[in-house]
Design a protein around this ligand. Structure first.
Ligand code: SIN
Length: 282
């Protein structure tokens, strides 16, 4: 297996490897897992694997989960279909910087995404290194956000365009989660900036130290949250990947965010994602 870095910050392309082999080959899988920890997102071309192989490879990292709104392949639970077509122009939640499923108590460990069909041009995906984003924050901002916690909501994202009853039912089943604004990566010990498009507000900002009068709470909290969320937009922290059919990306959802660029309508784009269950952030 050859590992070629794509930027100085994040991302590497693997060549000389077929993911189906890593289902049974422990050594190969260990090498891929180590490369994932080091580079945060791995890219591979020409992975002509079956859906069953896709699922079996992803399951080497851990159990998979379905998505409550996006459907899964009926024969392969855990393989979420991210299919976009011109008939559903408003179905677009991936073109916002996010880590997957942070609205869960235990957001995903990572994911394995395969391109089934892509537009002739456009439809790239971008990833950002959120450990680097935290590391590069000015010291006074790091001090300001130490100990802060924030709410993450499926209701306010996937639920927003639903009729109110359906939205409230979604929220009842998947109540908002609360996470630290700076999480610790459970394997590397790095600090990671952990707010994204699913984050609605800080839950412990309004203390006497920060808020003398109500006017201090807002825009103070809103501005700070927007500033933190905007760190993912910094090109120096990013890598951008151009898809072809059978290209695969594997990412560490604990230390990255991603953004699927929606610049291809009226073309079709079909992706299949195996999302791996993760731990509760601390
Ligand atoms: C996702 O947001 O998990 C999917 C990314 C993509 O479709 O490129």
């Amino acid at each position: 297996m050859k590992v070629e870095q794509l930027t100085c910050s994040i991302g590497a392309e693997l060549t000389g490897v077929h993911l189906a082999d890593a289902i049974r080959d422990d050594r190969l899988f260990a090498d891929i897992r180590a490369a994932l920890l080091e580079h945060r997102v791995l890219f591979l071309r020409d992975q002509d694997i079956t859906r069953a192989e896709h699922v079996a490879f992803a399951r080497r990292f851990g159990e998979l989960e379905d998505h409550p709104v996006a459907g899964s392949d009926p024969e392969h639970p855990g393989l979420v279909r991210i299919y976009k077509n011109p008939e559903q122009p408003n179905d677009r939640y991936e073109n916002a910087w996010h880590a997957d499923a942070t609205w869960r108590e235990a957001p995903q460990f990572g994911a394995v995404l395969r391109c089934v069909e892509c537009p002739p041009v456009g439809g790239d995906t971008m990833w950002a290194n959120m450990a680097l984003a935290y590391e590069k924050l000015p010291g006074h901002v790091k001090a300001q956000i130490a100990g802060l916690r924030a709410r993450h909501s499926i209701e306010a994202s996937f639920g927003a365009a639903m009729p109110v009853e359906k939205r409230l039912a979604l929220k009842a089943q998947y109540p908002d989660a609360e996470h630290p604004v700076v999480r610790t990566h459970p394997e590397t010990g790095e600090k990671v900036l952990f707010v994204s498009a699913f984050t609605t507000h800080f839950t412990n900002y309004h203390t006497p130290e920060r808020v003398r009068y109500g006017q201090d709470a807002n825009p103070g909290a809103g501005d700070l949250l927007r500033y933190l969320m905007s760190q993912a937009y910094i090109p120096e922290y990013q890598v951008r990947w151009r898809w072809k059919p059978n290209s695969v990306a594997i990412w560490d959802n604990r230390s990255t965010q991603h953004y699927a660029v929606m610049d291809y309508p009226p073309c079709h784009r079909k992706m299949e994602r195996a999302g791996i269950i993760g731990d509760k952030p601390y």
